[in-house]
Ligand binder design. Structure first.
Ligand code: PBG
Ligand code: ZN
Length: 328
């Protein structure tokens, strides 16, 4: 008995939307998203549009409360807060003030909607007059003295009711310092999401207008990672796990999908990826020019981040993507 050569016909499983749906390997879900938000001081419900990030605005606490209501209504489980303080100084006082902008925002959001998870970005750059993520001496960014301020900041966020604290500064030893401070001050149940693998990326450009956090001199290359390095990502990952991180992040996402995959394969912890401001701005600019289909591009990009291994995706597209996913 002779059989004809059987050709693998992959197209058999692509014939209908229903069949494609059954064999689809990656499912993007609204519950994967964290929506990053920028909080400013001021009374009233002002929204200040951010020119480098169309569709994103800086929000007063009142405007933030409305925005959080919309986010929760869409089924998005969490927000990540960045604060723009009234004034800045050389010791980032606004970062750990009891009536600081983040502390006020967290209290308001948790009172309104206890179920919406509030993550806080723990860093000093927005609160420092020089815009660096640590204490500056001359032209150097000091590591160990910065740890105390970061730990104070994280504790004050937890005390205000933050559900998860997320240090993004890239000082060595900050996870241990923050974990120790939280544990010794009654917050041993507050989880820590570490920006463990954070590269010194050009993709943060638009964010620096959004958060008013551009460094006044130099750049962040003495603390953030060199984009060319892969093994170093494992070193950073292992250190943050050893120091007590509960979840780890890779940032940015799109130029580092390989690193997301690597991190996914090397830890049992949940992995987050940050689809950063520059990645957002590129899509928005192309879409505004009619060069890309925004909806299709965003869903493809977010799916690729999930496929690479991210459990959690921080993205400024969160609300749009949630609407589109709900329609499908
Ligand atoms: C602060 C911080 C930055 C981002 C998140 N936290 C900027 C930076 O490190 O320069 C970038 C987020 C984005 O670009 O969307 N350390
Ligand atoms: Zn910073």
């Amino acid at each position: 008995m002779e059989y004809p050569l059987s050709l693998h016909r992959s197209r058999r499983l692509r014939g209908t939307p229903t069949l494609r749906g059954m064999v689809r390997e990656t499912a993007l879900s609204i519950s994967d998203f964290i929506d990053p938000l920028f909080v400013i001081t001021g009374a009233g419900r002002d929204r200040r549009p951010i020119s480098t990030m169309p569709g994103v605005a800086q929000l007063t606490v009142e405007a933030l409360r409305e925005e959080a209501g919309r986010i929760a209504a869409l089924g998005i489980p969490a927000v990540m807060l960045f604060g723009l303080p009234e004034s800045k100084d050389e010791k980032a006082s606004g970062a750990y003030a009891d009536d600081g902008i983040i502390q006020l925002a967290v209290r308001a959001l948790k009172a309104d909607n206890p179920d919406l998870l509030v993550f806080t970005d723990v860093c000093l750059c927005e609160y420092m007059s020089h815009g660096h993520c640590g204490i500056v001496e001359g032209d150097r960014i000091l590591n160990d003295p910065s740890l105390d301020l970061l730990a104070r900041t994280a504790v004050s966020h937890a005390a205000a009711g933050a559900d998860v604290v997320a240090p993004s500064d890239m000082m060595d030893g900050r996870v241990a310092a923050i974990r120790h401070a939280l544990d010794s001050q009654g917050f041993s149940d507050t989880p820590l999401l570490s920006y463990a693998v954070k590269y010194a990326s050009a993709m943060y450009g638009p964010f620096r207008e959004a958060a008013d956090s551009a460094p006044a001199f130099g750049d962040r290359r003495t603390y953030q990672m060199d984009p060319a390095n892969r093994r170093e990502a494992f070193k950073e990952l292992e250190q943050d796990i050893a120091e007590g991180a509960d979840m780890v992040m890779v940032k940015p996402a799109l130029p580092y999908l390989d690193i997301i995959r690597d991190v996914r394969e090397r830890t049992h912890l949940p992995v987050a990826a940050y689809n950063v401001s520059g990645e957002y701005a590129m899509v928005k600019a192309a879409a505004a020019n009619g060069w890309l289909d925004e909806r299709a591009s965003v869903l493809e990009i977010l799916t690729s981040i999930k496929r690479a291994g991210a459990d959690i995706i921080l993205t400024y597209h969160a609300k749009d993507a949630a609407r589109w996913l709900a329609e499908r």
